[in-house]
Ligand binder design. Sequence first.
Ligand code: BES
Ligand code: ZN
Ligand code: ZN
Length: 504
Amino acid sequence: MNISVTSRSIVDAQSEGYIFFVPEGIKIDQNKALARLAGTVAPHLSDLCKAYSFSGSSLSTFSLPLVVGTQRAHIILVGVGSKEGSYIPVERYRRAVGKAIRIAQQYKLKTISVQVPDAQSLKLTNERLGQETVCTIAMTDYAFDEFITDKKRKAHRIDAVTLCASSAAAAGLKKGAARGKLIGKAVNTARHWVNLPANKLVPTDVAEHAKKIAAESGLTAQVFTGAQVKKMGFGGLEAVAKGSTQDCRFVVLEYVARKKTAPTIALVGKGITFDSGGLSLKPPQYMETMKEDMAGAAAVINAMGVIGKLKPKVNVVGLTPLTENLPSGTATKPGDIITFYNGKTAEVLNTDAEGRLVLADALSYAVKHYKPALVIDLATLTGAVAYALGPGYAGLLSNQNKMVDRVEKAGKSSGDLVWRLPLPDDYGHAIESPYADISNICLKNQYKPGTITAALFLSHFVDDTPWVHVDIADTAFNAPNKSYYTPGGTGVGVRLLVDLIEQW
Ligand code: BES
Ligand code: ZN
Ligand code: ZN
């Protein structure tokens, strides 16, 4: 999709689609560009809006197909509602953008012009507005149709989008648009990896993709094989990988900032390309979507690609353990005791609680080798987070309030919302084991919050390092309400991590 920014009037654009965002209650002639367009091609627009009760209420739409000369010219209006306080929330704007693009797709429009709203009305800079607009358009343009051979069933793709704005706004918008394109592409790649079924994306594939991204973005890449991680003492990753014929990988991507004394942020992503549960086999229905279990790794690797290109002031390292979790004669058995990279031991009572095992090694490695100012992990870790928070918020658990503030802020501005859950030391009893340092599940009936007990397990592997754990089990796949998402992978975490690093 070609993206451009212009300060010429949208009325002069030769597009098939003309998109406008309409605040609640506004009259057509109050929007200069829209009034001019209506004056030239749709003199009855104002009456039509009235007749069809389009008043600009939040996420309402009105679309008008026209023929101008021999060309089609489709006017698309999307309501952005009333201000909340003194501005329109940016997430509402994103959803409005998504809705507008969905209409353009429905009518198979190839070229589109967008009248960009005033940045102040959204409390954004022009740069950020350009980023949000283009990132959201790119996300709405994504479809997982690679394996559909019937051309008629393939998704429509938009060829070109022109953002129209005042000449004062154009320069900022342009700069932001370039970033939005980069971030949107990374989000879509993350979604794509999540969508690819486990027979089309195995751990070695993800590692190869990561190497390619590293080469394109000026990152260094280290890829450890199954034999290497075993030798290094990654007992968690080894134990999970053992049941599969696919060799596992541990991938480390590094971005080095110009300033030598810059702090390092470590990003860790769970990368289970398929989670059957292992010998503690999942029931079929719970297994159906388990290709999504590498969403954390997909977010980390693709965010690293963006970071390499945006060159922030902090060092960033991305670490992803990648494996399948399958049952077989060589698989880890319930009751097995394993030793992690930091020397701690765990009794594996349930092989379906495998995410914490691979993360334990990766977190231990991150804190030992990078002494990071923050280690943040993203993981589709627990089904329980769906009951705690639902698909609109990822669960956040942390050992340091200052870092929570940073991640919450990045969540709000990026659209990848997080919500904190407590991490009480008290509940540590939940994962006691009579035979090893800890157990990988909680057998005590008093402790039911699975998201918290999983995070408590992870807390054994970060020492005193400031650490934030983000449980994306319910936000990574099939999340409702956001018009710019399609069923399947959401790419959650990419925007969050990029925002977090950029604001550092
Ligand atoms: N990958 C799953 C968690 C998950 C569930 C992700 C639903 C996405 C959607 C994880 O490995 C798992 O199986 N967790 C278990 C832990 C339990 C055995 C303690 C769970 O949440 O049921
Ligand atoms: Zn599992
Ligand atoms: Zn899992």
